[in-house]
Design a protein around this ligand. Structure first.
Ligand SMILES: Nc1ncnc2c1ncn2[C@@H]1O[C@H](COP(=O)(O)OP(=O)(O)O)[C@@H](O)[C@H]1O
Ligand SMILES: [Mg+2]
Length: 313
């Protein structure tokens, strides 16, 4: 196999995201639009966060009337674009929310991951980004940059290797295309402390996702324990005794405890099993935290976001 083809095949294998398939003849990634998988009713969030989501979704909804039907897109050429950034710890429902917003707008969603954009070939990455935007435009879908930390963080100044150069290139092109793109766009990030101020200027709304509080934990446990599953789980006790769990952790804990019970041929899923699983999840989370001392200080704060925005205006 020729080296070029070999590389192309490798990158195709490396890229296993659902929404994208690499064409081995190097036509770049193909972006697929999807029907949104979640609705706003599926997400359990404190009411103020839900309100903020509804608020941006309504704004986007009304944008169609104002800009398209009433023609303000001609008179207010550069006001139409609206960027929103969903940020906060992983597993708190950011990806879900992006789907739910698209669903609320009655539009499909085009999910772009950083890995889809990166290309080993010099000059291909800008082409890929352009293609993503073009596909969203052609299909009238909501473009969603999931896990966009790499794209949105500050530009690398001491470019020590090819990856840094490539990340910078991706960012510059993103900024340029963002300027021209006059539609709703969603980002999801786990950190924003390293945000590039040029991006902050172009993203007008930031919605913070937190780990669920007691009330949300109760709802999450209720939501993810099916009524058909025999169990003696004390949801109130679990919600009181264990904070620090994300929605995703709670979903997983139920699943893992159910399988454990099934494996042991138990008649019901016991509270103790769930506790055991939860403790395991929390332990591994803490261990990861310790290992990632560097990222620990990149705690997301609204004040920081505001400051960055002010700085850039
Ligand atoms: N707030 C939530 N409400 C209901 N389910 C949730 C919530 N957060 C996470 N989940 C569950 O965990 C899974 C992963 O959540 P996801 O939206 O991918 O989190 P994030 O994008 O913030 O990392 C979801 O598919 C859902 O099953
Ligand atoms: Mg996600």
């Amino acid at each position: 196999m020729k080296r070029r083809e070999e590389n192309e095949t490798k990158s195709a294998v490396a890229n296993n995201t659902e929404s994208v398939q690499k064409n081995t003849r190097n036509n770049g990634p193909v972006f697929f639009v999807e029907e949104p998988k979640y609705t706003l009713d599926d997400i359990i969030l404190p009411s103020n966060v839900k309100e903020q989501i509804l608020d941006v979704a309504d704004y986007a909804h009304n944008s169609k009337v104002v800009f398209e039907d009433w023609g303000l897109e001609i008179t207010h050429k550069y006001s139409k674009r609206m960027g929103i950034n969903l940020y906060g710890p992983s597993g708190t429902g950011k990806t879900m929310a992006a789907h739910a917003i698209a669903n609320y707008l009655g539009r499909k969603i085009l999910i772009v991951n950083y890995a889809d954009l990166e290309s080993k070939y010099v000059g291909e990455t800008p082409k890929n980004i352009r293609k993503a935007f073009q596909t969203a435009k052609d299909t009238h879908s909501v473009i969603f940059f999931d896990e966009a930390d790499a794209i949105l963080s500050r530009r690398v100044t001491n470019m020590s290797n090819a990856t840094d150069v490539s990340v910078n290139q991706t960012r510059s092109v993103m900024l340029m295309l963002l300027n021209d793109y006059q539609d709703f766009i969603i980002f999801a990030t786990n950190f924003i402390e390293n945000f590039d101020s040029a991006f902050m200027r172009r993203i007008s709304r930031h919605i913070r996702f937190e780990l669920p509080d007691y009330e949300c934990r109760v709802k999450l446990w209720q939501n993810y324990i099916p009524y058909k599953m025999p169990n003696n789980i004390d949801i109130k006790k679990l919600s009181t005794d264990y904070d620090g769990l994300s929605g995703s952790d709670i979903e997983n804990a139920v699943l893992m405890a159910a399988f454990k019970s099934a494996r042991h041929r138990d008649r019901f899923v016991s509270h103790d099993y769930v506790e055991e699983v939860v403790q395991g999840i929390l332990k591994s989370k803490n261990e990861n935290k310790k290992e990632m001392v560097v990222t620990k200080k990149r705690v997301v704060s609204e004040e920081y976001a505001k400051k960055q925005m002010e700085k850039s205006n």
